[in-house]
Design a binder for this molecule. Structure first.
Ligand code: XMP
Length: 562
């Protein structure tokens, strides 16, 4: 039994995770870095093959840049987001068929405003500038940008003056668009014509005969309902893309890349029951079969039946080698008396790494660690890099297992968005319930028990949570929510059951809708459903006599209570 105790004081390093899904393993690795681990080398197994066509989105700092990449991928064209100052050699390797210059907070006339590199104009590859991107094209090619008399934020109507433009195929003469700009193109560069206008922007879309376009509005956001048609037209009709970015192609390419990289080596993967690590395991198993061993650590903080269900799927349905470790006692021992949420996270992370390492050591020589890093994590870690020149593709979002383990990382999902991961999972034949599982945090129920964690409290929470899950699934609302769960508060209150006074725990139900967990709204569940959950919890769970429903959004609250 480890005797080390982690100091219980609020920590400045926060391990609360803002992205979606089961990133718990990366959280642990991140934590492990603090224990003296080192960066592991990333095996370059998952680079997209160069024969694949791609659209390159150059990021000038818009909050929507990633969304542009996502929309293009939805058109089955491979797309990467890169920093605007990425050198041409890196870009060339992506086999670009088109460039999109994103919006951004700057104004082109500000000193040091970021500008598109000259190679994008010299390459004769089509270009689409969005908002700030359009202003840059205007300025760099000899036109004039000025602050508009009126700023234009929100809905507007775009009137097409040239309905023959390839950009506008399949569109009506007027369409609703979403604007967000102060500056506007006042004078177009030589060779450009105006293709559409709005009330406040005489040049809302411009283009020339070399396939260079500028658009003032944001086609990538949902508020521009036909925006995807415009992006698709750009990719297919202007850039000549064929649309070969399919899930089937991705799987085939990944499998052959993993085979090449791994050779005869051994791979380990930490299973969590979440969709990302599950898809990684399945993909690698397809590629190298028994050379993969999954380690599934039961930290004692999982939900009811979770261990059984996860093991069954991976062993029976998918036929993988799994090492199952029940480390419940170790985790609960380390958590004893700890009430600070960040200290809980830290302790759980440290203990996970210790257990994982011990198990991995029993396997003899292991060469690779597989991890379910996703594209938004890669982008995010690059964006938080120290300089704007942090090149997104080469940045590796990993902490480290202890350096003595000498593992290379393989991250086959590092170019995928979450919805693409789910599609890969389904195409690989994974069960729907696993692919569509709601996110569950790595520290598990420990951060849903306010105050110290004990096995009694865990049992109470498991029972309450089980009822919540059962009812929401029966009501067929599970998939409409980002997350729903029970929280065991440290409040006790008075109740009356039969003829007896009770003094028992208060359980809270948290249900939220969200796109990406960065913001969330509390879910308006039907009253009768809430009533059923509440009455079942109070009647069936010993130790609980009151249930409340959380009606706060994020922000100002977070999704989890701790
Ligand atoms: P919050 O509570 O920050 O949660 O609004 C946002 C999303 O992240 C999940 N979450 C975590 N996941 N380790 C994880 O793996 C953590 O420590 C952690 N904290 C929060 C949370 O469930 C939600 O989906």
């Amino acid at each position: 039994m480890p005797k080390r105790k982690t100091k219980q004081s609020p920590d400045t390093s926060v391990h609360r995770v803002t992205t979606s899904g089961d990133i718990e393993v990366s959280t642990y690795l991140e934590i492990a870095k603090e224990m003296g681990g080192e960066q592991h080398v990333v095996a370059e197994e998952a680079a997209p093959p160069t024969e694949r066509e791609s659209i390159v989105v150059m990021d000038f700092g818009s909050q929507y840049s990633l969304l542009i990449a996502r929309r293009i991928r939805e058109c089955q064209v491979y797309c990467e987001l890169v920093s605007y100052d990425t050198p041409w050699e890196k870009i060339r390797a992506l086999n670009p068929r088109g460039f999109i210059l994103s919006g951004g907070p700057a104004s082109v006339y500000q000193p040091n405003a970021p500008m598109a590199p000259s190679y994008i104009y010299e390459s004769h590859i089509p270009i689409l500038g969005i908002c700030y991107g359009m202003h840059m094209i205007t300025k760099q090619l000899g036109g004039q940008v000025s602050p508009g008399a009126k700023q234009e934020y929100g809905h507007s109507i775009l009137h097409l003056s040239d309905t023959e433009s390839p950009l506008f195929k399949d569109l009506d003469g007027s369409i609703p668009v979403w604007m967000s700009h102060g500056d506007r193109t006042e004078e177009m560069p030589p060779g450009f014509t105006s293709l559409a206008y709005t009330e406040n922007s005489p040049v809302a879309v411009m283009g020339n005969n070399d396939g260079i376009y500028g658009i003032q509005f944001h086609p990538e956001v949902a508020h521009t309902p036909q925006g995807k048609t415009i992006l698709r037209n750009f990719a297919y009709l202007v850039c000549g893309c064929k649309g070969n970015w399919t899930i089937g192609n991705f799987i085939n390419d990944s499998i052959s890349n993993i085979k090449k990289t791994v050779g005869k080596g051994k791979v380990i993967n930490a299973l969590s029951g979440g969709v990302d690590s599950a898809v990684v395991a399945t993909l690698i198993h397809r590629a190298v079969g028994d050379q993969l061993t999954c380690i599934f650590v039961n930290n004692g903080l999982l939900r009811r039946e979770e261990v059984e269900r996860t093991s069954k799927v991976f062993r029976e349905n998918l036929g993988m080698n799994i090492i199952y470790v029940d480390a419940t006692d170790r985790f609960l021992y380390r958590l004893k008396g700890i009430t600070d949420p960040e200290v809980k996270r830290k302790v759980i992370g440290e203990e996970f790494i210790e257990v994982f390492e011990e198990e991995a050591n029993k396997l003899g020589r292991v060469d690779f660690l597989a991890q379910g890093t996703l594209y938004p994590d890669v982008i995010e870690s690059a964006a938080s890099g120290s300089t704007a020149s942090a090149v997104i593709k080469t940045h590796h979002n990993v902490g480290g297992l202890p350096a003595r383990m000498r593992l290379s990382l393989i991250e086959p999902l590092r170019y995928l968005f979450k919805d693409e991961v789910r599609k890969v999972g389904l195409e690989l034949g994974m069960p729907e319930e696993m692919v569509w599982r709601q996110p569950f945090p790595g520290p598990g129920l420990a951060i849903r028990i306010i105050g110290d964690v004990t096995s009694e409290k865990l049992e109470i929470l498991r029972s309450a949570d089980f009822i919540v899950m059962n009812e929401i699934k029966k009501a067929k609302l599970y998939h409409q929510l980002w997350q729903i769960f029970a929280v065991l508060t440290d409040v006790k209150s008075v109740g009356v059951m039969g003829d007896f006074r009770t003094y028992n725990y208060l359980v809270a139900i948290r249900a939220v809708t969200s796109e990406d967990a960065m913001t969330a709204d509390w879910a308006r569940l039907p009253y009768d459903l809430m009533a059923r959950m509440s009455s079942r919890i109070v009647n069936e769970v010993t130790g609980v006599n009151r249930v409340v429903f959380d009606i706060t959004s994020k922000p100002p609250s977070t999704i989890e209570w701790e």
